[in-house]
Write a protein that binds this ligand. Structure first.
Ligand code: SAM
Length: 303
């Protein structure tokens, strides 16, 4: 286990002793580190959340001092490993299948009907990206909605979903694709029968045919400029940017738009970035949703 300096002592802080107090200066320093590395803005009222999250991890390490733990996190390869563990505790992974139903209705009614009729010579291809996919429910919901639609059409088709998140532990759960029955409350009986199989009394696993359509990868949305992603026909970004300040949301979305194919659709959470405009996007109006389509430039290409 990683250790930093003399202040990180094995067993130095035991049991359920309250976390050590955090000064305002220390809080500011941690807020800045988290903001710089994840985009998340920790408001003053979230200080107790930060303290509890740090304390839980520091307790495991036997570290009693926030500054010593800060040093451990920010130094060298050991710091990178430790950061990957801490970030799981600082990020919110709440999600569910078909979480925002109007957004799924939107893609069923406005995006998928554009799939060509089965007689088309080329197989229909759809590339999808789920940003901030957490434990995978959003990505598998997209796969189910798309597969249901395209298989009904009966033609040749291919779709692939790239699902990314900053949290390695969330991604590991996503890749396993196993969920307790109560998490499937929005999955219809037909969908459950077709896209899941029971692997334990209360555990359902996404069938391999659907799992192989989804590729999970770690990606920090603050580092999109370095991400080699193909042009996407559909990008889903919900409940990720709400933790960022407005300037950062806009900066991330500018990079996201660059990865949207001409005619492709960007579906945000309804409160993700109210009042936002982008010169290459036109708003798609559909009740209770916040969605855009990338306009193709005259002459065929997009910027
Ligand atoms: C509340 S979940 C949203 C899950 C899903 N999109 C939904 O709406 O149900 C937010 C996810 O964003 C991820 N996240 C937070 N900051 C991130 C960043 N900088 N880069 C990539 N993912 C991030 C978290 O790890 C978490 O899994």
């Amino acid at each position: 286990m990683a250790r930093a300096g003399s202040e990180v002592r094995s067993g130095g802080w035991r049991g359920l002793a309250p976390p050590p107090p955090m000064s305002e200066a220390q809080f500011e320093r941690w807020v800045e580190l988290v903001r710089r590395r994840t985009g998340m803005r920790l408001a003053p009222e979230r200080k107790s959340f930060l303290v509890t999250s740090l304390a839980a991890r520091m307790r495991e390490l036997g570290c009693e001092d926030y500054d010593a733990y800060y040093a451990l996190l920010t130094e060298g390869p050991r710091g990178a490993v430790e950061w990957a563990l801490l970030v799981d505790r600082l990020t919110v992974h709440e999600t569910r299948f078909f979480r925002h139903r109007p957004s799924f209705a939107l893609i069923r009614e406005r995006l998928l009907p554009q799939a060509p009729v089965p007689e088309a010579l080329q197989p229909y291809r759809l590339q999808v990206w789920s940003i901030g996919c957490a434990t995978g429910e959003e990505a598998y919901s997209l796969a189910i909605a798309i597969d249901e639609h395209l298989s009904r059409l009966g033609g040749r088709y291919y779709f692939g979903i790239t699902a990314t998140d900053i949290s390695l532990s969330a991604l590991a759960t996503a890749r396993r694709g196993r969920y307790p029955g109560k998490r499937l409350d929005r999955v219809s009986p037909d969908q459950r029968a077709r896209y899941f199989r029971r692997v334990a009394p209360d555990t359902w696993e996404v069938v391999p045919e659907l799992r192989k359509r989804v590729c999970f990868a770690q990606l920090n949305v603050l580092e999109l400029a370095r991400a080699p992603l193909a042009p996407m026909d559909l990008i889903f970004c919900q409940n990720v940017l709400i933790y960022f300040d407005r300037a950062q949301r806009e900066a991330v979305l500018a990079e996201v738009v660059r990865r949207l194919a001409p005619g492709g659709m960007l579906v945000l959470g309804p409160g993700e970035l109210v009042g936002w405009r982008h010169p290459e996007l036109e708003r798609v109006h559909y009740p209770d949703t916040l969605a855009f389509r990338r306009v193709a430039r005259a002459g065929g290409g997009a910027a």
